[in-house]
Design a protein around this ligand. Structure first.
Ligand code: GPW
Length: 818
């Protein structure tokens, strides 16, 4: 049965989305339900329909995918490879439908089949193969590379279990395994024949004639799973290739036949463990053996695949850099430096100096943090045990690099540029830097700090290597798809040029003073808030007033992101309202969402604090609708898609100098939220673009923070001199929010009193005052909407399309096709 759909070839060749009729699509879904899912309509569950629908849409994507692959081969252009431990993709059905421009037909077909499109979308599980910003950035980049027609592959790990599901039990975070594969399989193709061997451990020997042998003591097979990623209008489709780890032999038959069933399966379990789970730590490096194996596993398989593809059309391995640009998303794939050298030297018999030259022309490295606890270091003993050959290669690189530098007579400290520190730890950031063509930061401020701090000496040695590529977000998912109300308004006002050229959204800035546009803009926001209010009630049973100010902080729970500052302000506001309920208050709903790493005790306690505060505030009859606190469990991409369009105020309140960029800040501003934030990461650039009247900046600058920390900050005096702050901290420890356990937050308070490394107390007053200005400003609805429109229309520069154009030019040396 041929159940693919005839596409209008004339339209297709013009680079436009081919026409697809609703009837043809409806029949395709019917056929999928019957022949691929194996169900009769009368028996089909919602999941069955959703699968049939996804498979029918997938066929549409596959058509363009083949064309793109053929065109890339024929074009013989340089190919981009994006290596990332994390891809936080989220759901794919609506994304594919919107990118292909077939939403109308799909909706009509669904209606005719008697199924609800929206409900179908919610059947799909959220592919959470990432922790937070870094993984979501990789997903936005995949979207943009397809949209720009850049031939590219994303490479990562096909974890059986992505990021844990978060539940609250009595306000405490509880982690549960998630099972995305149960319903997301519709989008991937297993490539059983695309498999590579990856070795670990063992011994190295030399034959005396220049050949090196690595006799490993463990070998696993990396099997490819491909997901097509369609760009805007389906003009180009790239591949996300994720590797699953499998045993080389399925079963130890010898042991099995001896009745030793358990140990017969042992190798299988050992091998499959490598791609079993995503490490749930965000911006903290854990020096665990399994993590190292995961990093090497996907990097090695990806490099083997890259070289195989290169050699299909080329025969001179030395010309690899002309065809191949490999991006390392942070240091997680930094072992690529040693692995590519190993392959070139040991398999292709190039000398180390030759191999090193080629390697550093192919690879580039993106740094996403300067926080010491996040910079990966590997113990040399562990490393030598798992990757003995790579240890030798890294020792060679370190030695030769130092020798090269010593000859240059520059004022750098050799200790600062060593890759192997004290002979006992490998600094992966240093390895990545030395092995790269370009190294980039992710916002202007962050790149500047890279040059001044962590990579200071390297920057002296290689002044052209560090470049800035400020992060961006895809306007397809983060406006067109998640905010249909605003999308429709923009389409009506300025057409659709902004969808793949987001700076055009500025054409709508002139409507900020147009009363009728403003009303429609406000109405779209209001509808989104009603939708979110319903979701809040559904999830946590809390009723909120959808006309209140929606104040949103959604991101991983981390001390440096300072959810605690927000909670303290909530407490202080609660106390103020209680003292004077008759005053003029601006009704507010504080919305929190975010997971804490399972081992991050203090972050988990702050979640508990937020929940305890929420319980007390939400049930206090004196407070009523003046203040509500909604702590939403299991924040993920899909929940973000509901929260972001509904936000009025975006909390970006990290300690200045600590958030490399942030990307939630961009998503919220694009959807019309005003930012309250510090001059940190990309907030600085957002402020430049929206202008000082349309953003609330408060607190210490990165320079202030550095100075204060150097002088030694004493929070005591600050707390004692600010009764509002002191009142809030006191309430935290006197049992107001934890009557069952007065001591529950003692440790949190002690940290504030004694060290306060993240300078929560230092910024409190400025933050609290700024929030009161927000209260007053929000009451002027006309003016607020005007400023909200100016946020939406002035942040077009933060499209990930712009970011990818930057990488193409400054880092990869490729030319976008669109
Ligand atoms: F530690 N980021 C993240 F730098 O989400 F590797 N996970 C991580 O493990 C790291 C960084 C790492 C984030 C940054 O914290 C955020 O500021 C940035 O916007 C994002 O990466 C994308 O660049």
């Amino acid at each position: 049965m041929n159940d693919t759909i005839r596409i209008d070839e004339a339209a297709g060749s013009a680079g436009q989305a081919p026409a697809l009729t609703a009837e043809a699509f409806r029949e395709a879904v019917r056929a999928k339900l019957k022949y691929a899912v194996g169900k009769d309509p009368s028996r089909a569950t919602a999941k069955d329909w959703s699968m049939a629908l996804s498979l029918a849409v997938r066929d549409q994507v596959v058509e363009r995918w083949f064309e793109s692959t053929k065109a890339s081969h024929a074009g013989q252009k340089k190919h981009v490879y994006y290596l990332s431990m994390e891809f936080l993709i989220g759901r794919l059905l609506n994304d594919a439908v919107c990118n292909l421009g077939i939403e109308a037909q799909v909706r009509t077909a669904c209606a005719e089949l008697g199924i609800d499109y929206q409900a179908q979308l919610e059947q799909e599980s959220d592919a959470a193969l990432g922790n937070g910003g870094l993984g979501r950035l990789a997903a936005c980049f995949m979207d943009s590379m397809s949209t720009l027609g850049i031939p590219a592959h994303g490479y990562g790990i096909r974890y059986d279990h992505g990021l844990f599901r978060q539940r609250f039990h009595d306000g405490w975070q509880v982690e549960e395994p998630e099972d995305w594969l149960v319903s997301s399989r519709a989008w991937e193709f297993e490539r059983a024949e695309m498999a590579y061997l990856v070795k670990f451990g063992g011994q190295i020997s030399f034959d005396g004639h220049g050949a090196t042998y690595w006799r490993a003591d463990e070998t696993v097979k990396a099997v490819a799973y491909d997901t097509p990623i369609a760009g805007w209008k389906g003009r180009h489709v790239n591949t996300l290739r994720l590797w699953a780890s499998r045993p080389v032999e399925v079963l130890d038959l010898g042991r099995f036949n001896h009745g030793d069933y358990m140990s017969a399966a042992e190798k299988t379990i050992r091998a499959e463990t490598i791609s079993r789970v995503l490490y749930p730590d965000d911006t903290t490096a854990e020096g665990k053996e399994l993590r190292l194996k995961q990093e090497y596993f996907f990097t090695s398989a990806s490099l083997q695949d890259i070289l195989r593809r290169y050699l299909e059309d080329n025969d001179d391995i030395r010309k690899l850099p002309e065809q191949v640009a490999i991006q390392m998303n942070d240091t997680h794939p930094a072992i690529a430096v040693a692995e590519l050298m190993r392959i070139l030297a040991d398999d292709y018999r190039l000398t180390f100096p030759e191999a090193f030259e080629i390697t550093r022309q192919c690879l580039s490295y993106t740094n996403h943090t300067l926080m010491p606890e996040a910079l990966e270091r590997w113990n040399t003993n562990l490393f030598r045990k798992v990757l003995p050959r790579h240890m030798q290669i890294i020792e060679w690189i370190d030695y030769h690099h130092l020798a090269e530098v010593q000859g240059r007579n520059l004022p750098v400290s050799l200790d600062n540029i060593r890759i192997i520190e004290w002979g006992s730890e490998i600094k992966m950031g240093s390895l990545a830097f030395v092995g790269s063509r370009r190294v980039n930061g992710v916002s202007a401020l962050h790149t500047e700090l890279m040059k001044q701090t962590v990579f200071k000496d390297y920057h002296l040695l290689y002044p052209d290597r560090i470049v800035n590529e400020t992060n961006g977000i895809t306007p397809r998912r983060w406006l067109y798809e998640c905010n249909p109300g605003l999308r429709a308004l923009l389409l009506e006002a300025i057409g659709d040029g902004w969808v793949d050229n987001l700076e055009k959204i500025e054409d709508a800035a002139k409507f900020a003073t147009d009363a009728s546009f403003r009303d429609k803009f406000a109405a779209a926001k209001q509808a989104n808030k009603v939708r979110l209010a319903a979701e809040i009630e559904r999830r946590i049973g809390l009723r909120v007033d959808p006309t209140a100010l929606f104040d949103v902080q959604i991101k991983r729970m981390h001390e440096y992101k300072r959810q605690l500052l927000n909670v303290l302000e909530t407490i202080a506001l609660y106390q103020a309202i209680r003292r004077g309920p008759g005053a003029e208050w601006t009704p507010r709903v504080k919305i929190f969402g975010g997971k804490a790493a399972p081992g991050y005790q203090i972050a988990k306690r702050i979640i508990k604090l937020a929940n305890d505060v929420a319980r007390v505030v939400n049930n206090d009859p004196i407070i009523g609708d003046r203040l509500k606190v909604a702590v939403l469990p299991n924040y993920n991409v899909s929940l973000a898609e509901v929260i972001i369009p509904a936000a009025d105020l975006s909390e970006q309140i990290s300690t200045a100098g600590m958030e490399a960029s942030g990307t939630g800040n961009m998503k919220l501003a694009l959807n019309g939220a005003l930012t309250i934030g510090t001059l940190d990461g990309a907030n600085v650039e957002i402020a430049e673009r929206v202008g000082p009247d349309n953003i609330y900046i408060f607190g210490l600058t990165a320079d202030d923070v550095a100075g204060l920390r150097q002088r030694g900050y004493n929070p005591n005096a600050t707390i004692d001199s600010d009764p509002t702050l002191k009142g809030a901290i006191d309430a935290m420890v006197n049992g107001t929010f934890s009557p069952d356990d007065h001591g529950r937050f003692n440790e949190v308070a002690d940290r504030l009193w004694h060290t306060d490394w993240f300078l929560v107390t230092a910024d409190f007053q400025s933050y609290f005052q700024t929030q009161r200005t927000v209260d007053v400003d929000y009451r002027d609805k006309t003016r607020w909407t005007e400023r909200s429109i100016l946020n939406t229309t002035k942040v077009g520069w933060f499209s990930s399309d712009r970011t990818i154009r930057g990488y193409s030019k400054d880092v990869w040396g490729v030319e976008p096709n669109f």
